[in-house]
Write a protein that binds this ligand. Sequence first.
Ligand SMILES: Cc1cc2nc3c(=O)[nH]c(=O)nc-3n(C[C@H](O)[C@H](O)[C@H](O)COP(=O)(O)O)c2cc1C
Length: 147
Amino acid sequence: MDLTRNTQHDEGYAGHSLHNLIYCSLASPDMDPAEIHKIIATAKHHNPRYGITGLLVFGSGIFFQWLEGPKDNVTSLMKIIGDDPRHLNVVVLSEEDEIRDRLFPDWDMELVEAAEIGDVLENALKEASDDKQKQMLAMFLQQLKLA
Ligand SMILES: Cc1cc2nc3c(=O)[nH]c(=O)nc-3n(C[C@H](O)[C@H](O)[C@H](O)COP(=O)(O)O)c2cc1C
């Protein structure tokens, strides 16, 4: 992976704005569950160099990821992740600019097993204002009920 621009670390640099982004997606039906550990290993390898922290939630074939770090790096990483064939229907649920603090400053990328992913999705659906987001969240919830 090569996030060519802005590869320094983060908010310690003057004028460097911290950004966060949350998305969810469906794991590809043919994804081997062992891939999740490879994804985490890759993230733990790359993310510290780019000042990115966060967490990855996986449950019932659904991913949720929280990314935080310098805006350019989060945006570039999100493009790479979005093109990854191990998941589909990537929907950005929330994006915030100029956040003050990291929520997960010590986590290069932690895997959270999501027994409660249904609650997380229901809450996200309640909060969502965008029709496309609502539609995708409803689809994820439906998928969860089938799983
Ligand atoms: C759900 C999901 C989450 C991912 N999260 C990260 C991440 O936080 N950091 C990262 O470097 N790669 C992440 N990846 C992997 C990237 O899509 C990509 O495969 C990787 O960055 C390429 O690294 P490489 O060029 O060293 O093989 C994720 C992939 C998926 C499917």
